[in-house]
Design a protein around this ligand. Structure first.
Ligand SMILES: [Zn+2]
Ligand SMILES: [Zn+2]
Length: 135
């Protein structure tokens, strides 16, 4: 498409946001930055919509946590295989169970703090703290 020969490698490009449908500029510096990382896919959402999406996702997580705090029926409790204390996993209980089955252990946040720093359990760590678990 370079009919004029000396087109620069990267130049500002106008893309259309798939959420709001408005055009937005994909700056040459960003294209260069991502190309250097080997990313060739172009952004599909404008910076405003991307920011709004992030805010929504955070709000959803917070809501889930609050719901779990209010409503004990959405919580699933587990017994630590090391100390026998009770704790809860709400973010990804199926994932937790699969992981415990494979490793043969179900460690509470006190017994395996490193594991509990990882997503998705980091949020459950907050929940366990808020509930005063494990104890
Ligand atoms: Zn948008
Ligand atoms: Zn424990």
């Amino acid at each position: 498409m370079s009919l004029f020969g000396n087109k620069p490698k990267f130049c500002d490009e106008t893309l259309t946001c798939r959420i709001c449908g408005k055009p937005f500029v994909y700056p040459a510096e960003q294209q260069e930055f991502f190309a250097a990382k080997g990313v060739t896919a172009k952004p599909t959402t404008c910076p405003e919509c991307k920011k709004a999406q992030k805010v929504n996702a955070d709000a959803e997580k917070k809501q889930l946590l609050q719901q779990a705090l209010r409503d004990p029926s959405v919580r699933k409790y587990y017994r630590c295989s090391w100390c026998g204390k009770t704790f809860t996993v709400t973010a990804a209980p199926a994932y937790w169970e699969r992981m415990c089955q494979r490793s043969g252990a179900s460690p509470c946040p006190l017994c395996n703090p490193e594991l509990w720093k990882l997503p998705p359990f980091a949020e459950d760590l907050q929940l366990n703290k808020a509930l005063g678990l494990p104890k």
